[in-house]
Write a protein that binds this ligand. Sequence first.
Ligand code: FAD
Ligand code: NAG
Ligand code: NAG
Ligand code: NAG
Ligand code: NAG
Ligand code: NAG
Ligand code: NAG
Ligand code: NAG
Ligand code: NAG
Ligand code: NAG
Ligand code: NAG
Length: 576
Amino acid sequence: MSSLKSLLVLASATAAKAAVASAVDYVIVGGGPAGYVVAEMLSQNPSVTVTLLEKGPDEINNTDVNIPGTLLPSANDAWAYYSQPDENLGGLAPNLLQGSMLGGGTGVNLMGYCRGAASVFDEWAEVSGNQGLAWNSLLENFKATSRWVAQEGLEYEQVVNTTVFGDGPIEVSQQSFLTGLEVPFAQVLQDELDLPQVCLEDGTGIGVDMSVQSISANRTRSYARNTYGAIMEGRSNVQVLPNSWVSSIGFEGTKAINVTYVDTVTNVTTIIPAGEIIVAGGAINSPKLLMQSGVGPADVLSGLDIPVVADIPEIGANLWDHHYSYILLEVTEDITTYYQTFLNATESAIAEEEYADNHSGPLSSVSGESFATARLPDSIFNSSHYPSLASDRPHVIYEYNGAPLSTEATYLSRSIVSGMTALVQPEASGYLTINSSDYTQAPLMFSNFYGSESDKTAILYAYKKLRELFANEALSEWIVSEAYPGANVTSDADIWSAIQESARSFHHPVGTVALGTVLDSEWRIKGLDNIRVVDSSAIPSLTTCHPQGVVYAVAHRAAQDIVKADGISKRRCVHS
Ligand SMILES: Cc1cc2nc3c(=O)[nH]c(=O)nc-3n(C[C@H](O)[C@H](O)[C@H](O)COP(=O)(O)OP(=O)(O)OC[C@H]3O[C@@H](n4cnc5c(N)ncnc54)[C@H](O)[C@@H]3O)c2cc1C
Ligand SMILES: *[C@@H]1O[C@H](CO)[C@@H](O)[C@H](O)[C@H]1NC(C)=O
Ligand SMILES: *[C@@H]1O[C@H](CO)[C@@H](O)[C@H](O)[C@H]1NC(C)=O
Ligand SMILES: *[C@@H]1O[C@H](CO)[C@@H](O)[C@H](O)[C@H]1NC(C)=O
Ligand SMILES: *[C@@H]1O[C@H](CO)[C@@H](O)[C@H](O)[C@H]1NC(C)=O
Ligand SMILES: *[C@@H]1O[C@H](CO)[C@@H](O)[C@H](O)[C@H]1NC(C)=O
Ligand SMILES: *[C@@H]1O[C@H](CO)[C@@H](O)[C@H](O)[C@H]1NC(C)=O
Ligand SMILES: *[C@@H]1O[C@H](CO)[C@@H](O)[C@H](O)[C@H]1NC(C)=O
Ligand SMILES: *[C@@H]1O[C@H](CO)[C@@H](O)[C@H](O)[C@H]1NC(C)=O
Ligand SMILES: *[C@@H]1O[C@H](CO)[C@@H](O)[C@H](O)[C@H]1NC(C)=O
Ligand SMILES: *[C@@H]1O[C@H](CO)[C@@H](O)[C@H](O)[C@H]1NC(C)=O
């Protein structure tokens, strides 16, 4: 990669604080999975110049990022976002953190890899007018971005349809280490919910599955930085700049012409003129950047003295997210728990040695999961969207998670594991807006979890069912007691309080700069020129399970569309 400094030409006249870099064909804002895939595909053409700007650092050598079993991201690698207090949750303000590093969310996430119900993608094709998003077309992009890697010597059965993986960069595999409750819980789910074991990556929406994860054969995180980033290394037409925080996009009339970014290490401000700008900051930061650059609801922008480039009320309006509530179970010593492994110096030394020597043991997988995607009975709803959802769509996930989902000390000093149930096709969305023109200020997010009468009905039913599933006789040999909310919590009112108190974001936000409403079928912001949005914010509605695999595939499709639309041989702008 050529060094940016060699390209810098100091702005002449004003002895300005901002340096001006040479123009490039494409500036991509945000180095998450979407930004990386688009950068890699556009830069395959050596005559096209691409600059990828990422606010966070390069963590390529950070073992906390690379080793699956290590837990939460450091403050340096995340946007510490919280919702405003959510009335539905009795004033709780859910943590909405986002990844901030080369790789974005794929560097901090829990590596669950899933695709879910095919009808979701067919719906996107319909609302966007982009037929490439239909399941049968997008399957090619899923294959082009992922690769199945088999694990040796596993002691459990899992249904995997390997035909839906290709030879793409992201390595996907099974759990190599089980905490102990995964298989028995999967069996309870099959028996009690009358569901088969399925592969949730082949278009199937409903069934029971063990965890599938974006982890390499050697049990290290497989993410945008160490896959797509590695492919681009050595290409002289692409620059990837970490620690580069884009503060605004510049417009001439309705045409996007440049981006301004601040180097977070040196504080130097630089402007890059660009033939086209592709916004890929994720579902919370893309709408925020657009609004702070004058693209969004005019009333909000005017109120903050931001000159209005385009009045687009839908930007930020639909913050869709999977959200869940949990229970905690105290388990016997036969189950490998966070408490046993990570809070016991002897055991954690053994785990580290095992990982170092053999790439196995508790550190080789994420906490341990098995889950069902399931429908709720139509009869519990009066009039709502739930019964009318396409028949391949689940309403909820019921999941076993080997980590304690509470960080309260009382639950960390014992052998505790978790159960969780999530709404995966909620009726209500939240929204986000801004109350400052200063790019360093967080947007205001309103989670609106369990935000409709039917969403409340759904979670109340599902939470009771979750408790019942874990109370099943078949698990009694391992489960000592329900530590939270506890046996004394039985009335609907008390259960609802526990649901509110334990409500969390699954960190799967989408929909805030959606195809169909804000974007046309070719990823352009309607009414503006030379600016596209390609990332989770462009995704118009929620998938039925974990979205990262979908973000890679959607970005791959978008890059194909862009190459086709812009013409592969056309230089987009004159280089200065
Ligand atoms: C804690 C957590 C756990 C998750 N767990 C899972 C999981 O297990 N399985 C799963 O499938 N999905 C999971 N996800 C979701 C998944 O990671 C996201 O859906 C995915 O990363 C979204 O990709 P994206 O490219 O749209 O945005 P992001 O991954 O958010 O990337 C956007 C990037 O843009 C950068 N950026 C934003 N604004 C600017 C700016 N102004 N200037 C410069 N750079 C900017 C950000 O720093 C970030 O690196 C999780 C997410 C989180 C946060
Ligand atoms: C990572 O380590 C390699 C090998 O030591 C080194 O060349 C590279 O500069 C390091 N990268 C970062 C971002 O630290
Ligand atoms: C595997 O997935 C493909 C694509 O969805 C499907 O056509 C095929 O029937 C699946 N195979 C099995 C055995 O389920
Ligand atoms: C693990 O495998 C990946 C992908 O093949 C490779 O890039 C990486 O260097 C390997 N890491 C280690 C520690 O062996
Ligand atoms: C960047 O765009 C702004 C318009 O918002 C314009 O005023 C400025 O001159 C541009 N700067 C460069 C260096 O292109
Ligand atoms: C950059 O700016 C921040 C905030 O104003 C300041 O704390 C920091 O010292 C500056 N760093 C440099 C290298 O100037
Ligand atoms: C820590 O683990 C060791 C080895 O397994 C065990 O002997 C010891 O009792 C554990 N300590 C605690 C406090 O549980
Ligand atoms: C690594 O694997 C070998 C062979 O299975 C085993 O004998 C050894 O004990 C393992 N090492 C550790 C540290 O667990
Ligand atoms: C924006 O809202 C946040 C959260 O309520 C508050 O802390 C902050 O002071 C507000 N900023 C402005 C400029 O009003
Ligand atoms: C269904 O109707 C009953 C009686 O009118 C009402 O109490 C309940 O809240 C409604 N439920 C939903 C999900 O709308
Ligand atoms: C149930 O018992 C726990 C622990 O004693 C207590 O904190 C909680 O308030 C009780 N909840 C109800 C609804 O009685």
